[in-house]
Design a protein around this ligand. Structure first.
Ligand code: MN
Ligand code: MN
Length: 293
């Protein structure tokens, strides 16, 4: 069980996600880690920024025709991560993930930089032997190492791949990386460049398999989402991402998700944070979309 003290420390939760832990099938937490950002840091502030700005967002989604407040979701806030010690940060993310998974719930993690995903995947592969990952990103994140370090937001999906046993990775929106990463992808994973084409086939192939979804928000075009550390021109629109999230309702076994790389202070208009709030609302509803079946 997650300690009750966690709740007392939260001044704010993500819009209407204030149910008791015991009554929740989805648990939101944020991982304030940006130790390996290759360009501009600041993603550690995403969780609190999203909670604050979610006040201005409706809990009803006309896309899903579902109300956030009708579902069992609790938000346990920012994890206490020892800043700058990457392996310890990941261990804490794994520890909390394992507690939530043991209680039969799904995690909905807010980054942080993308490396936080490795912390959850380390636990998910223990519970789901043939786990698959659907990954939206501007960047391949498939390097074996970056600037001499194995653990980086530029290597995270490669490190996740190494943990998979039978499952694989489907990438969408990719438009930036080293030539060798694109070559490696051709023979190891399903990589879809520039947009979300190919998602229907991926959903068909993964229909009854356990699937974890990771959305690096820089998959969106910088005109839609400038508040991130490594913006890449040529991204998808919000409508394309929303359509992709809606389509994934056809997957019968989505086991968890995360949304990473919002760096709120790079967009003082708060539009990027609002976009992140809306993506998070839709992801939480996606995780609940089979609750009544
Ligand atoms: Mn990424
Ligand atoms: Mn990225």
């Amino acid at each position: 069980m997650i300690s009750k003290n966690r709740f007392k420390r939260n001044l704010q939760v993500f819009q209407s996600c204030d149910k008791e832990y015991k009554d929740s099938s989805v648990v939101i937490f944020s991982s304030p880690m940006d130790a390996t950002c290759s360009f501009r840091p600041g993603t550690r502030f995403a969780g609190p920024a999203i909670r604050q700005d979610s006040i201005g967002m409706e809990w009803y989604s006309p896309y899903f025709n579902m109300d956030l407040k009708d579902y069992g979701t609790c938000d346990i806030g920012d994890l206490d991560l020892p800043m700058g010690d990457v392996e310890k940060d990941l261990k804490e993310i794994s520890r909390v993930t394992s507690l939530i998974l043991k209680d039969g719930k799904k995690t909905m993690m807010i980054g942080g930089e993308h490396l936080v995903t490795l912390g959850t995947i380390r636990e998910y592969v223990k519970k789901y032997k043939d786990l698959n990952i659907i990954h939206f990103d501007a960047h391949t994140d498939l390097r074996e190492e970056f600037l001499g370090r194995e653990l980086s937001h530029a290597t995270v999906l490669r490190k996740c791949y190494d943990l998979l046993d039978g499952g694989t990775i489907y990438q969408f929106g990719i438009r930036s990386g080293d030539r060798s990463e694109f070559e490696w992808a051709k023979t190891h994973i399903h990589q879809h460049l520039f947009d979300t084409e190919g998602l229907d086939e991926a959903i068909e192939a993964l229909k009854d398999k356990p699937v974890y979804i990771t959305i690096d928000l820089d998959v969106l075009d910088p005109s839609v989402f400038p508040g991130t550390g490594t913006p890449e021109a040529g991204g998808i629109t919000f409508k394309e991402l929303e359509a992709a999230i809606l389509k994934m309702r056809k997957l019968n076994n989505i086991v968890g998700a995360d949304m990473v790389e919002l760096s709120p202070d790079y967009d003082t208009s708060h539009v990027s944070t609002q976009v992140a709030c809306k993506v998070l609302r839709e992801l939480v509803l996606l995780l609940h979309s089979h609750d009544n079946n």
